[in-house]
Structure formats: structure tokens, C-alpha cells
Design a protein around this ligand. Structure first.
Ligand code: SF4
Length: 444
């Protein structure tokens, strides 16, 4: 929890030496509390004070990163209970499990099915982000071989799941460069698992069956030199799990209770339908990773869609890139329409243009992700902005006619737009759903 200016003042030397550029230690403390100064500016501050201030400034929930390269994932770093309070930072990572009992083509087929769990929704790639190799065989060799194959054949971040330090050491030896998440350290194996994690610079999962044991375990792991910890609370029922994950979130964020200030991981079981329902609940409350024992696309798509919606930044509309989009194979006689870069608006227009079967160009104008009427009323959509977008996208080179179809809701801008562009403005329908009829009957 952030310290007040007076609390910080108590930790300073109180000599008022002015070396920090402030007239007094109190003035410096006030600047520090408002994050307008850096502690380094005071050369005389004690190590103890530095440690206290650093600990107080640390976020209530630690950010944990695993995986490598483009497929690195991040969990944790959350600061609020509910999205509308500010925003959520780290979308739940969906993982699919793979048993180390699989070998040969069976193993490859499962990995292939996991790799295919990606979808495009309103221009954003969603779906699985991790692959969790489970040490079902109990054998170190089999676990290491499956982990190595998964790491090399899948672009996703790797999670290694075994309670055996021997098996984990063998698997990490083959996959350390992929920075796997090591699961699980328990009260029985924490020492050995922490050693593997520390030597290979990998984050580790702490697994326990009560909050009390989990707190003791995270403190123990931390004392062994590991900072990046993920919590795995074992419960009998989904109800208990959701209840306790919510308690953990309150304790970490509201009470700044450090032993629980880490992201969480959950493994779901049951038939595919049960897993889908459980995974959505866990993404809502408040699992950083959800690992599913299925590779069914019909299960992953709705969960990934729910995750996308839950973690959308409420202060930032979902946007598409402002540019020229083509529908079908338009030529120099095809219509040119414009719309805004609010995703929902663009994809509605695009699907209606597609339904018309008239090959077309859609010019997407940057309105900071707002819809047509909102953009117009906020002066983010006017004749100059549209004219500039047309020039930037070289629309004049795409077609030989000079006709631009504009949304019916902004018919009022047609006169000024004609003056700004020298193009004939055709007022399209107000509702995008009327575009197929319009393109077939009016344009032609
Ligand atoms: S440099 Fe340190 S001791 Fe000196 S006035 Fe600033 S805060 Fe106080």
C-alpha cells in the first residue's frame, strides 16, 4: 500500500541538508508520496528505509511472465476488483493440457489440435495461449520427452505439471529456454522445486489445499529466493474455488496481504461442457490461467470470447486499423464507402457489404474508435478528416469514378465533403442492414 508523505518523512534522515534539491526532508517526502521525485535523489537515505519504501511501492499483485519470444504471456498485476473501477491488465491465459502418456502421432495430433485453438474476433486474435504438459506417466523420461516435443511444436507458452522434482528437473533441462511455468511446488517438495526454478529463472506454482497452507508455502518459496509465484488453490468444488479466489483477490488488493499477492492458476476437469462453464466462471473470478483438459474448438471459442469481453479496457474502444479494406475483388468501377474505426461499426458494415455480393472498397476513417454519430458529434468525423483519409489511402487511384457513399446518419456533411474532395457524395442508408439493397439498387 502506498505510504503517505508523513510516513515517508519518518524514514528519511531529517537533516534538511537540501542535497535532494528540496528545502526540507518533509518537502521531499511529499514529492515522493506524489511520485514527483525519486528516492535516489537523497544520498543519505538508509538501506532499511530504501527496502521499506520499495516494499510499500510494490504493486499489491505481482506480475508474472512465462513463455518466450512472441508467445510470452503475462498474468497478475491487477489493481482492482472490478473492471469499471479502472481496468484489468492481464487477460486470463487459456491453456490446453497434454498428457505425457501420449507419444508419436498421438502426441503430435494433440499438439496440432491445441495449436488450432486460435480464432479471430473483431480483428483480434483470441484463444489458447499456453500448453500444459501433465506428468501422468510418473516417469521423468516420458515427461521430459513430451515437454520437449510440445515446446518445439507449439507456439504457445509452456506449463510443466508434475509434483515430482526428478521429473521436473528432467523436463526443465530440455525446455528452460522456453521459460516454462513450473507447476507444482507443494509443502513436501518446495525446496527442490524452488531450486529448479531458481537455477533456470522460471516462475513457479505454489499448490496447497487451504489459504493458510498457501500463505505459508508462498513465504517459504520466497525465502528460497523466488519472487515469481503463481497460486494453485485446491478445492473440492467449483463453488469453493470461486469463493476462495474472490477472498484471495480481496486480501491481496484491498488488504495488501503479500503472501497472497500473486496471480492464480486453475485446472478444470469434467466433460467438455462442464469445463466450458467452469472456465468462464474462473476467468470472471479471478484466475490468471485456466487449463482445460479438452481441445474442442466449440469449448475454447466462447471462453476466449468471454475473456476478451471481461478484459476489454473500458476506457478504450475496440478499434480496427484505419485503412482501405476490400470486400470481394473490387475494381476501378466498384463503390467506395466510408465508415469509422470502431470495431463493431466496421464489422457490421463489412458483413452487410459482403451480403450485397457487390465487390467494394471500405475506407475506414480514424475516429479514435467511436461510432459514426458519436464521432460526428464530437468533431472526430468531419469533411477534412474524411478528405485526409482518402488522400492518405490513395483512394483516387483505386477507382476511375469519383463517387463516395457516406453513412446516412451524417448526410448533413455531404455538401462540405463534396467541396473538400471534389467527389460526388452519395448518401447511403442510415442503417447498415439496408446496404445490400442500396448497393444492388441505388449504386448499380
Ligand atoms: S537529501 Fe535527504 S536528508 Fe537531505 S533534505 Fe533531502 S531528503 Fe532530507
Amino acid at each position: 500500500m502506498a505510504l503517505t508523505g508523513l510516513e515517508i518523512f519518518k524514514l528519511l534522515p531529517k537533516t534538511n541538508c537540501k542535497k535532494c534539491g528540496m528545502p526540507t526532508c518533509l518537502a521531499f517526502a511529499m514529492q515522493l508520496a506524489q511520485k514527483r521525485a525519486k528516492l535516489d535523489s537523497c544520498p543519505d537515505v538508509s538501506e532499511e528505509a530504501k527496502n521499506t519504501l520499495a516494499a510499500a511501492a510494490a504493486p499489491p499483485m505481482r506480475k508474472v511472465v512465462f513463455g518466450s519470444g512472441d508467445h510470452q504471456v503475462q498474468i497478475g498485476q491487477e489493481t482492482v476488483m472490478f473492471r469499471h473501477e479502472e481496468k484489468f491488465y492481464s487477460p486470463t491465459v487459456l491453456a490446453a493440457t497434454i498428457s505425457d502418456k501420449l507419444t508419436g502421432p498421438d502426441l503430435q495430433n494433440r499438439i496440432k489440435a491445441i495449436n488450432a485453438l486460435r480464432f479471430e474476433r473483431v480483428g483480434v486474435r483470441i484463444g489458447a495461449g499456453a500448453i500444459a504438459v501433465i506428468n501422468d506417466s510418473g516417469q521423468a523420461d516420458a515427461f521430459a520427452a513430451a515437454a520437449e516435443t510440445a515446446a518445439q511444436s507449439s507456439p504457445f507458452a509452456l506449463i510443466l505439471v508434475s509434483d515430482s522434482p526428478q521429473a521436473m528437473a528432467a523436463a526443465v533441462a530440455k525446455t528452460a529456454k522456453f521459460v516454462p511455468l513450473i507447476a507444482n511446488a507443494t509443502n513436501d517438495n518446495a525446496q527442490e522445486m524452488a531450486k529448479i526454478a531458481k537455477e533456470n529463472k522460471c516462475p513457479i506454482v505454489a499448490k496447497a489445499d487451504s489459504l493458510e497452507s498457501l500463505c505459508g508455502l508462498t513465504e517459504k518459496i520466497k525465502s528460497l529466493g523466488i519472487e515469481d509465484i503463481v497460486l494453485n488453490l485446491q478445492t473440492e468444488t467449483l463453488r469453493d474455488k470461486l469463493y476462495n479466489l474472490s477472498r484471495m483477490r480481496v486480501l491481496s488488493l484491498k488488504k495488501v496481504f503479500r503472501p497472497l499477492g500473486y496471480p492464480t492458476i486453475s485446472f478444470v476437469a469434467g466433460d467438455a461442457d462442464q469445463q466450458a462453464a467452469a472456465a468462464v466462471g474462473l476467468a470472471c473470478k479471478y484466475s490468471g490461467v485456466v487449463a482445460l483438459d479438452t481441445v474442442e474448438q466449440y469449448v475454447f471459442l466462447p471462453i476466449a470470447t468471454a475473456v476478451m469481453n471481461i478484459f476489454t479496457d473500458p476506457q478504450k474502444p475496440v478499434q480496427v486499423e484505419p485503412k482501405i479494406y476490400t470486400v470481394g475483388e473490387p475494381d476501378e468501377n466498384s463503390p467506395v464507402l466510408f465508415t469509422t474505426n470502431f470495431s463493431l461499426t466496421y464489422y457490421t458494415v463489412e458483413s452487410d457489404v459482403e451480403a450485397s455480393r457487390v465487390p467494394s472498397y471500405i475506407l475506414v476513417v480514424d475516429t479514435e474508435g467511436t461510432s459514426v454519430l458519436t464521432a460526428y458529434s464530437g468533431d472526430k468525423l468531419n469533411e477534412k478528416i474524411v478528405a485526409d483519409a482518402m488522400t492518405k489511402c490513395n483512394v483516387q487511384d483505386l477507382v476511375k469514378h469519383r463517387k463516395l457513399i457516406i453513412p446516412g446518419y451524417v448526410a448533413v456533411m455531404s455538401g462540405k465533403l463534396e467541396e473538400a474532395t471534389n467527389w460526388e457524395v452519395m448518401v447511403g442508408p442510415r442503417e447498415s442492414s439496408m446496404l445490400p439493397k442500396y448497393l444492388k439498387e441505388v449504386w448499380k
